[in-house]
Design a binder for this molecule. Structure first.
Ligand code: PLP
Length: 490
């Protein structure tokens, strides 16, 4: 490691990225390349002789940038945000720079202890019950992604139940989710050996704004018990992937408790909003859940990857995930006075993720983090107002956070005497509208089906987004809609 080269090249990369951010609005938001574009541009095999960083960066600009979808662009309104920030980025650089591998306390005490501290800080900011904090007997861990957190918690729940009913009964375990739940729970069920016939998807409806109804859950649980099965795990969501719907935690956790069902609350996107008191009612009833997670890499200005998972009973996780090889034996572990995070996750090796979260929390303070979230929500509200005022569009489902679900309305077609349309026609026209907007590269949004309705999602949360970008998006949407509607007339 040549220290002076490290310094020189490091500065170059920061300059490169600063220029990238300065010019980010010039790039098409969604990459416009065709599949396989890169292979033809690059050599067939790795270079035998070294190449300079200057040459490589040139190629990044020429070959890699065209194939990048610019998630940090201020007109990226697709999926959920993956919000960047200076402290998030620099924390990432610091932790990568240290190159530590903090799998147990001994392997890097600061990595473990800082994680303990930031998880309690963050838990307090969310007003989580103290039973989720280290200071209250629970605890938090930084996983890479929600998918990993889901596998870890479902494994803990499975083993806890199997200790009670015997391993031979694994085929009887049942996992519950709603039709709006992210696929991560289904994947976790597949991985953890849950019988594929025992994965229950409970239908939601418009009457509950696509949140899980505890009556439907109750019926499903009763039917399974009557069939001799064992209800095991329920994934409840605060801020579902498409509609950002919220499941009513208090009623479903109450129900789950009666049947000793482990409840995991997945708040991957919307959990961050709950640092603002006005959103904390969405977590009402969280005390009845066993585990709770959110992705700080979505809407909390902390770079990918950073999934925060809290559990009320760390021992359930540890019993399921702990191994004690001789080569990792050490006095700190034996003293039982430390956390060994390798026992709270699937992998052994782990990154020093706490550093970037710590930098974000300290550099902004709670006051600014709340301000950012509220500003995004206000921009979404503003966009929702624009949609509501225009007869050609409609809001598909009331907004909870910073995502607006909308579409070209039936009026846009029939009201303007253009064509009579069925729901399928309308879905198809909205699909065309979205594709035409995204192909322009000006704005990027994605879609979801909500109760059979093709819905365009406008997700605010990129760190650079301002009102000007919301207006720009609205202009692009209207222009593309006008062209599409005119084309339908001829
Ligand atoms: N849960 C919800 C509600 C999500 O929206 C997503 C992704 O958008 C996930 C889980 C998956 O997150 P990850 O990519 O961290 O596994």
């Amino acid at each position: 490691l040549d220290i002076e080269e490290f310094r020189r090249q490091g500065h170059m990369i920061i300059d490169f990225l600063a220029d990238y951010y300065q010019n980010i609005e010039k790039y098409p938001v969604r990459s416009q390349v065709d599949p396989g574009y890169l292979k033809s541009r690059l050599a067939d095999s790795a270079p035998y002789h070294p190449e300079s960083i200057e040459t490589i960066l040139n190629d990044v600009e020429k070959d890699i940038l065209p194939g990048i979808t610019h998630w940090q662009s201020p007109t990226h309104f697709a999926l959920f945000p993956c919000s960047m920030s200076i402290p998030g980025f620099l924390g990432e650089v610091l932790s990568t720079g240290f190159g530590t591998v903090g799998f147990n306390w001994m392997s890097s005490p600061a990595a473990t202890e800082l994680e303990n501290v930031v998880m309690d800080w963050f838990g307090k900011m969310l007003n989580l019950p103290s039973s989720f904090l280290f200071s209250g007997g629970g605890g938090g861990v930084l996983q890479g992604t929600t998918c990993e957190a889901m596998v870890a918690t479902l494994t803990a729940a499975r083993d806890q139940m199997l200790r009670k009913i015997g391993k031979a009964n694994i085929g009887k375990l049942v996992v519950y989710a709603s039709d709006q739940t992210h696929f991560s729970v289904q994947k976790a069920a597949q991985i953890t050996g849950i019988n594929s016939n025992n994965f229950r998807v409970i239908q939601t409806t418009k009457s509950t704004n696509f949140g899980l109804s505890s009556d439907s859950l109750h019926s499903a649980i009763n039917a399974d018990i009557d069939a001799g099965l064992v209800p095991l795990f329920l994934c409840a969501t605060v801020g579902t992937t498409v509609a950002t719907a919220v499941d009513p935690l208090r009623s479903i956790c109450g129900l789950a408790k009666q049947h000793e069902i482990w409840v995991h609350v997945d708040a991957a996107y919307a959990g961050s909003a709950c640092i603002c008191p006005e959103f904390q009612h969405f977590l009402d009833g969280i005390d009845g859940a066993n585990s709770f997670s959110l992705n700080a890499h979505k809407w909390f200005f902390t770079t990918l990857d950073c999934c925060c998972l809290w559990v009320q009973d760390p021992n359930a996780l540890i019993k399921a995930l702990s191994t004690k090889p001789d080569y990792l034996k050490n006095q700190a572990t034996d003293s039982n006075r430390v956390v060994d995070y390798k026992d709270w996750q699937i992998a052994l090796s782990r990154r020093f993720r706490a550093l970037k979260l710590w930098l974000v929390l300290r550099s902004y303070g709670i006051v600014n983090l709340q301000k950012f979230i509220r500003n995004h929500v206000k921009m979404a509200k503003h966009f929702e107002g624009l949609i509501a005022k225009n007869n050609n569009f409609e809001v598909v489902i009331p907004r909870n956070f910073s995502v607006v679900c909308f579409r070209l309305s039936p009026f846009a077609l029939t009201g303007n005497q253009k064509i009579m349309s069925s729901e399928e026609d309308l879905n198809e026209i909205n699909r065309k509208l979205l594709e035409s907007i995204n192909s322009s590269g000006r704005v990027y949004m994605t879609h979801g089906m909500i109760g059979g309705v093709y819905t365009i999602r406008f997700a605010v949360g990129a760190s650079l987004t301002d009102y000007r970008h919301v207006e720009l998006a609205w202009k692009a949407i209207q222009e593309h809609a006008d062209t599409l509607l005119n084309d339908l007339c001829v």
